[in-house]
Design a binder for this molecule. Structure first.
Ligand SMILES: *Cc1c(COP(=O)(O)O)cnc(C)c1O
Length: 447
């Protein structure tokens, strides 16, 4: 048997015999071959499984909630390509939209009605967005929004929060310097001190640090950027008051608030975190779900700000494949299926069902589960962290150690304890309850 799904309701311990049967020879072969021609064998570092040890599995195809690897193993997928796949793999409606479009051509480098259709959908569903522009990744969306904020305000400094990820543009790939509200340090080689030096990194969930920062340098700040719900370094669900404080302080000091909804946009509801918190940011960034599984990003906001973009205004921004027709139709097919809100209701119910079952199974084990709708994160510590500093490395280690048992039992979790899990609309209640049973057994295990 090559699929890894355990049907037994009584599985407490991992079925060692069956795990031993999971064949990985082709994945191992492809790992060595790829390492020779692609740095680390991967095109995005976390795919190399370094945090969890052992090699990655090469995926051949996906269907609904499942992925299948090149050795024929089947996994129930909780990684969902890191968020885009809210309908699971190869959803028939999305496949149809892409297939029909690709036969008409895949890119024109000219204006199309598809861009208008997706833009109109977004503008009509999101209060804070009057105008939107499409790019090809979340990184690019954020990079462009930050440039626009600088161009609009005529200021240089950007404030971000420790534990938020906004893609890998130079001035956002930074970490806190020594002491609060000081300028930051590059968190990667190859980033100039100049680029990093224009970003201030503050702790999440810290009203005083934010207030102090604005009191001291409010007139230099172009923008404060925060993830809708920080979900790239654990799931750090912020107090609404903190998010509202960002809104108030930016407004008071003539800075812009950028809400990075690349992961939360269309994931936790039609209006994302902006809707959840009831705040109106100046600029919002999107990616992941908005492209229906194709490479896409988008940024939007008030017309008066967006019209500073070239060709209307002085802020340059462009892209050969921006607004790509395939991505536009895939995005629109996805959003159309979400528009009536029923999918969000079901994802909320299934998210609660799964987390309750997992909590029951874990019993007395030391852990916390953060969840917003269909995003969840299991952390092995007593206190629910609200900031990056609150995450205990021992808890992350514990997750990382258990990852491979889950994988070998047919559950594809994100290969790092800092990453969150996603439930898709393709996951059934039965699959989720079985998963809670098996994963609870693995996670609750000793050591
Ligand atoms: C994924 C993500 C990004 C980066 O998007 P890419 O498409 O990977 O470039 C930026 N911000 C947030 C909040 C994200 O989750």
């Amino acid at each position: 048997m090559t699929n890894g799904i355990v049907k037994s309701k009584t599985t407490n311990i991992i079925d060692e015999a069956r795990i031993a049967k999971m064949k990985t020879t082709r994945s191992e072969e492809l790992t060595s071959l790829s390492e020779a021609v692609i740095p680390g064998g991967v095109n995005s570092p976390v795919r190399a499984f370094k945090a969890v040890g052992g090699g990655p599995r090469f995926i051949e195809r996906g269907s609904g909630p499942y992925m299948f690897d090149v050795d024929g193993n089947r996994y129930l997928d909780f990684c969902s390509s890191w968020g885009p796949l809210i309908f699971g793999h190869a959803d028939p409606d999305i496949v149809k939209a892409i297939t029909e479009q690709v036969q008409r051509g895949s890119t024109f480098g000219a204006v199309t009605e598809y861009e208008f259709n997706l833009a109109e959908f977004i503008v009509s569903h999101i209060d804070a967005v009057d105008k939107v522009r499409f790019v090809s990744s979340g990184t690019e969306a954020v990079m462009s929004a930050v440039r626009l904020a600088r161009g609009y305000t005529g200021r240089d400094v950007v404030v971000k929060f420790d534990g938020c990820y906004h893609g890998h543009s130079d001035y956002l790939l930074v970490k806190a310097g020594s002491g609060l509200a000081t300028f930051s340090q590059p968190s990667s080689a190859g980033i100039s001190k100049g680029a990093a030096g224009e970003t201030i990194v503050l702790p999440l969930d810290d009203d005083a640090a934010l207030e102090k920062c604005f009191a001291e340098q409010g007139e230099k700040i172009a923008a404060v950027i925060i993830e809708g719900i920080p979900a790239n370094n654990g799931l750090l669900i912020q107090r609404p008051e903190f998010v509202k404080l960002i809104r108030n302080l930016t407004e008071k000091h003539g800075a812009l608030m950028i809400l990075d909804e690349v992961i939360t946009g269309f994931r936790i509801g039609m209006e994302g975190a902006a809707g959840m918190y009831g705040v109106t940011p100046d600029l919002l960034t999107y990616g992941k779900i908005v492209g229906g599984g194709l490479p896409v990003g988008a940024f939007g906001g008030r017309a008066e700000i967006m019209d500073k973009l070239s060709p209307n205004g002085p802020v340059y921004q462009a892209g050969t494949l921006s607004g790509n027709p395939l991505a536009m139709v895939a995005g629109l097919a996805t959003l159309n299926k979400l528009a009536d809100g029923k999918v969000y209701q079901r994802l909320e119910q299934n998210g609660a069902l799964f987390v309750d079952a997992l909590t029951a199974k874990l019993g007395d084990a030391v852990f916390k589960i953060a969840r917003v709708g269909s995003i969840f994160w299991v952390v092995f510590q007593d206190e629910m962290p609200l900031s990056a500093a609150g995450i205990e490395s021992a808890g992350i280690d514990r997750y990382n150690k258990r990852f491979r048992s889950a994988l070998d039992s047919g559950y594809y979790l994100p290969p790092s304890g800092f990453e969150v899990c996603f439930i898709s609309a393709a996951h059934t209640e039965e699959q989720l309850l079985t998963a809670a049973e098996v994963l609870g057994g693995i996670m609750g295990g000793s050591n």
